[in-house]
Ligand binder design. Structure first.
Ligand code: ZN
Length: 432
């Protein structure tokens, strides 16, 4: 007797669809078959796509940025994600510059995340860890953390990691089986003029700053045979240049993540009256850059949201130096990307992030033995986004028309969202 049967749907397996029945027992996918077997609960998925649960490898729930804290805590962020089919997300530990603090950061963030309704993990994060790279890597091993994030910018707030330490991490990454996540912008090319407002964002953080630094880090990755993952690539010029000069390492040991917002909105929105609502770093780019990004879609490994929303009044009327940067998007990431790219987006939100971030084959695939994380997707639906379960008082996707809707989200065999209704959930820590 199985716990749950998903009957008659189109199952996404190895890049194509097969019509089969999927059975879950004790939280795991137990059988994928044409047969009809006994099951306690039966879900009719005829006419729907049955997809592996989505993985968001880049979120910031209850992130404190000084005066402000991103407004989705682990509960509301994960509820919002569950409505969008996210069954696993990876958040970030607070940035540390030594190994001892890394352990504390891990303990405190794990505690905060216990209220999550879907599964979760963390990336370690460092800030200028001079003389500590070795011991941080040892502590990552001990804690079972397979990734560390660093920033090549934000020297103004002490978060920048400099080239020596970046190279040390890259040298250790292969041998120690971890990946270096990097926020890549050339700090010297960023202009933090105190008078800048949101209309100046594209000047403040130019795509040239991203491109220059990305080429440098690609060179370091190649020279030192490291593993690197570039978070939130925003610029079409950057990926075009990487394709031209680093095709030997691209998608092999230099991985690219981009975000739905960089495909969905151009920098012209910063000129609108409500342009401040879109403020984020790196910023949105020109239409020409979006075209280049779309042309290079096949070279993007993963889609993460960088979900980090702040309330309207926290952003309103501020100059860039005082404004919290970041927007929400975890709830609509799949529908938005599916509307633009169809089935091509599925691997970038399932099997690819699972493999790169140490979650495969537990997550990211419909495979016997894998966790029973499943999304039921109805492609016949076409609607305008107006529904949000984030705590944030706006979404940049309000009014955005999408094709297809997540109707049900199943985490380890249990419904978290069933036919559009949230029914509760209990997330587990899944890394290490
Ligand atoms: Zn981020």
């Amino acid at each position: 007797m199985y716990d749950l049967a998903i009957i008659g749907g189109e199952l996404y397996i190895d890049g194509s669809y097969v019509r089969k029945n999927l059975y879950i027992k004790d939280g795991k996918i137990a059988s994928i078959t044409d047969d009809i077997l006994d099951s306690t609960d039966i879900y009719n998925a005829v006419g729907k796509k049955v997809l592996p649960g989505f993985i968001d490898p880049h979120v910031h729930f209850e992130l404190n940025v000084g005066r402000y804290t991103s407004c989705d805590d682990f509960y509301w962020g994960s509820v919002s994600g569950a409505y969008g089919g996210i069954t696993t997300f990876v958040d970030f530990l607070d940035p540390v510059d030594n190994a001892k603090e890394l352990e504390d950061a891990f303990i405190s963030r794990r505690k905060l995340a216990e209220k999550s309704v879907v599964d979760y993990g963390f990336h370690a994060t460092v800030k200028n860890p001079v003389g500590e790279v070795d011991s941080i890597v040892k502590t990552m091993k001990k804690l079972g953390l397979p990734s560390v994030k660093l920033f090549t910018t934000y020297s103004d707030s002490g978060r920048r990691t400099y080239d020596n330490e970046i190279i040390e991490f890259l040298k250790l990454s292969r041998k120690n089986d971890f990946i270096v996540l990097a926020h890549i912008e050339d700090d010297e090319l960023i202009n933090l003029d105190k008078s800048f407002e949101v209309v100046d964002l594209a000047i403040s953080r130019s795509s040239r700053a991203e491109l220059n630094e990305a080429l440098k880090l690609a060179r370091y990755t190649r020279d030192h045979d490291g593993n690197l993952y570039m978070v939130h690539l925003s610029s079409g010029n950057t990926i075009s240049a990487l394709r031209d000069e680093y095709s030997d390492i691209l998608n092999k040991n230099f991985f690219i993540e981009s975000c739905p917002q960089y495909f969905s909105f151009g920098s012209d929105v910063f000129n609108k009256d409500n342009g401040y609502l879109y403020a984020l770093a790196p910023p949105l780019r020109s239409e020409e850059e979006i075209g280049l990004l779309v042309d290079s879609f096949d070279y993007i490994d993963t889609i993460g949201t960088d979900h980090c929303p702040f309330m309207k009044d926290e952003k309103y009327g501020k100059r860039l130096v005082d404004m919290p940067m970041g927007i929400g998007g975890i709830e609509h990431s799949f529908s938005v990307m599916y509307s633009l790219f169809g089935d091509k987006v599925i691997d970038k939100m399932t099997v690819n992030p699972a493999k790169i971030h140490g979650l495969y084959p537990k997550k990211g695939v419909l495979l016997e033995g894998s966790d029973g994380d499943v999304v039921i997707y109805d492609c016949s639906r076409r609607y305008v986004i107006e529904r949000n379960h984030s705590r944030c008082d706006y979404s940049v996707y309000d009014g955005y028309e999408v094709v297809g809707e997540v109707v049900s989200t199943i985490s380890r065999g249990k419904f978290v969202v069933r036919d559009g209704e949230f029914v509760g959930g209990s997330g587990e820590y899944v890394r290490g």
